[in-house]
Ligand binder design. Structure first.
Ligand code: FO1
Length: 306
């Protein structure tokens, strides 16, 4: 059984690759960038995985449903609302039904399972916690929710700090803890280490469980050289004072992971990473299409023995 910690638009690619090879995959999802808007509870990381596995994800954007329409948003604009966060019509239905179920007393884990059934997704998607965690970015202009910083303000102001509000007190989802404990291999997906994987590692019970089985934990680098394959990972790492390369990533994860997959272009970092007592595997880590997703998943499952 394989368990993946996933968050952000990059994670879905490796998850898709893994489910083609493995009958039982658990996906523990980040909830730190969940966001309340127009009274709707939006869970981008959960939805990206659900849509990705249901094969309805808008691949180009990396979020939302392909060929979705935006009539709801247009009407919100008519009502004078801000429309910088582009919720499509079908996506709005997902968010609306989730919010109603929450208001009727269901928890996010049960709602996510119900959602998977409706979208005919057989992988087990587990929110890392049913409590609220909010990733907030501090800039010289004040503190913003991650979605406001990245989507509304296009991540333009220098970052002074990152906070995970609620993570300290969040109760790890018991199903997530079991999925880590019982796994043959745990994979840290190539998501942003500070905003996609980081919030989950801030939950004490999750970090503790990972550190107990760290020999079985494999991280996939989202970086080549000093840059992220996509998205702002390098910018957030630099802001946190972490070297924005595979070595910085390995150091950051060194108490929860004993294996890392880096790109073959980063071979020069292997010795330095090994000095952290981490095994290094190199291959092509970019996943531009389904063949590449499949190849990386196959590499991890066949070449790494934990
Ligand atoms: N990302 C954007 O850059 N612009 C958007 O307008 C946007 C809308 C959106 C709507 C629903 C959803 O589930 C995700 C959405 N995202 C959008 C993606 C999201 O901001 C981030 O990619 C994730 O939070 C990163 O994990």
């Amino acid at each position: 059984m394989i368990t993946v910690l996933a968050g952000g638009t990059g994670s879905v690619k490796i998850v898709r690759g893994l489910v083609t090879h493995e009958p039982k995959v658990n996906i523990i999802s980040n909830v730190g960038d969940n966001y309340w808007l127009y009274g709707l509870y939006i869970c981008p990381d959960i939805d990206t995985i659900v849509y990705g596995l249901a094969d309805i994800l808008d691949q180009e954007r990396g979020w939302g449903i392909k060929k979705d329409t935006f009539n709801f948003l247009r009407q919100m604009e008519v009502f004078g609302e801000e429309t910088w966060f582009r919720i499509g019509d079908r996506d709005a239905a997902t968010n609306l039904i989730r919010t109603n179920m929450l208001k009727n007393g269901k928890n996010l884990s049960d709602i996510t399972k119900w959602m998977c059934e409706k979208f005919a997704v057989s992988a087990n998607i587990i929110p890392v916690t049913d409590n609220s965690i909010e990733t907030r970015i501090t800039t010289n202009k004040g503190e913003l929710h991650l979605q406001e910083y990245w989507v509304k303000h296009r991540g333009k102001d220098p970052i002074e700090g990152i906070q995970y509000i609620g993570a300290e007190k969040a109760r790890p989802n018991p199903e997530a803890v079991n999925a880590i404990h019982d796994a043959d291999m745990v994979i840290l997906a190539p998501g942003n280490p500070l905003t996609s994987i980081g919030p989950m590692l801030q939950i004490k019970g999750i970090r503790k469980e990972l550190s107990k089985i760290k020999k079985k934990v494999v991280a996939i680098s989202p970086l080549i050289g000093d840059n992220a394959i996509s998205g702002p990972a390098a910018k957030y790492m630099q802001a946190a004072g972490i070297e924005s390369n595979a070595y910085g990533l390995a150091k950051m994860y060194s108490d929860v992971c004993s294996n890392i997959v880096i790109d073959s272009k980063d071979k020069a970092l292997i010795k330095k990473i090994q000095s952290l007592d981490i095994k290094v595997y190199d291959t092509k880590i970019t996943m531009k299409n389904k063949i590449a997703e499949d190849a990386l998943a196959n590499f991890i499952l066949k070449q790494i023995h934990v």
